[in-house]
Design a protein around this ligand. Structure first.
Ligand code: ZN
Length: 365
């Protein structure tokens, strides 16, 4: 199949618009029209991974971390980033990264950590703002159902566990077409009054063009009147980190033991025990220190993340147990997640999980 079929599917689940500003997720090397039959899944895209792709005849590498973050100015093979990109291009291997956009969705990296640790009733710890908009349109009563259906089918009207949400008020619309007009009702040159329904609904900004297209196609008028509003509402389905609960409380030592075992950690760096039992748990795969305030505010007993620095541990301040389990360890199941996502959709497409451990951190025990 074409590479674009794979990337379009991945982006329908984890849209690129959901990535953080600093990120570089998406197709980094390769052409969307390129034919592919095998993909290699990895957490990092290193030279060893490109070599594995060549040896196993994979035409695309799907990795969590983007190999390129900043602009590359030279290709002299002096850095591993240059060498990876050069080798991939020379061997016609595409590189695709699905990074913070996969972190920020409900069924992403953090859901996998929660699932592994038995954390239930999960919700996004820091929901994103301003990803939703509101559409208001005015439709003759005879076509209100048709337009509502078209909008819902295009992805409008979803709020949490509810779909097809809208608000409708009856009113009177007026219009007068000029000589070039061909009005659906009434005559050109005469003001017409029509019984209309004002339909209001909400939609994710990324679906705007699809929703407007559906509106125009379903609406009977030559000129469709609509208003678009920016909303500052939070998107409960999109954002950083996750918080949930254990089935039953554990003391802190027992909980850390549980994490060490399930997440295959060599070591966990943690703050002083608070003396409380652990019931509510916040998690963020990778470097999640920026979410500590939200974790404390949400009443988490423990915050599991990675890449904590010495001074940042003090911020626990007796309020929460911070557990730094290691960046690679926190995200190791992301490979499995990508494997499941892709194989579920494409049954005639070979997906291979890397056999290379790309963790650059070694433990001397
Ligand atoms: Zn990471």
């Amino acid at each position: 199949m074409k590479l674009s079929q794979l990337t379009t599917y991945l982006e329908s689940l984890a849209p690129l618009a959901y990535q953080e500003d600093y990120d570089n997720a998406g197709l980094i090397v390769g052409q969307p029209e390129q034919e592919i039959s095998r993909a290699l899944i990895s957490l990092d895209c290193t030279e060893a991974i490109v070599d594995e792709a060549i040896a196993t005849n994979c035409q695309v590498i799907v990795s969590h971390h983007p190999i390129v973050f900043r602009g590359l100015k030279k290709f002299n093979g002096k850095t591993y980033v240059e060498r990876v990109v050069e080798k991939a291009i020379r061997n016609n291997i595409a590189i695709y990264a699905i990074h913070t956009n996969l972190d920020n969705i409900m069924e992403g990296v953090n859901a996998k950590i929660c699932q592994t640790l038995g954390i239930k009733n999960c919700r996004i710890l820091a929901p994103k703002h301003s990803l939703l908009k509101k559409l208001v349109t005015y439709v003759p009563q005879s076509h209100a159902d048709e337009v509502r259906n078209a909008l819902f089918n295009a992805g409008a009207g979803n709020i949490g566990n509810y779909s097809e949400t809208s608000f409708n008020t009856d009113g009177t619309g007026t219009f007068k077409g000029n000589d070039n007009a061909n009005p659906y009702v009434g005559e050109p040159g005469k003001r017409h009054q029509e019984n209309e329904v004002r339909i209001e609904t909400i939609y994710p900004t990324i679906l705007e063009s699809k929703i407007l297209m559906a509106l125009v196609l379903a609406h009977p008028y030559e000129e469709v009147a609509y208003d678009l509003y920016n909303l500052s509402n939070q998107s409960q389905q999109v954002g950083s980190g996750m918080i949930g609960e254990l089935d039953y409380p554990l003391d802190e030592e027992a909980f850390l033991y549980h994490v060490k075992e399930k997440m295959h950690c060599h070591v966990i760096r943690h703050t002083t025990h608070t003396g409380k039992h652990v019931k509510k748990v916040a998690v963020c795969g990778g470097a999640g220190g920026f979410l500590l305030k939200q974790a404390i505010a949400a009443g988490a007993d423990v915050f599991i993340t990675a890449d904590y620095k010495y001074h940042e541990f003090f911020d626990a301040d007796g309020k929460i147990l911070i557990a730094d389990i290691g960046h690679f360890e926190s995200e190791q199941f992301t490979q499995q997640l990508l494997y499941e996502i892709i194989t579920k959709k494409f049954t005639n497409f070979a997906v291979r999980l890397t056999e290379v451990n790309t963790n650059p951190v070694k433990y001397f025990i």
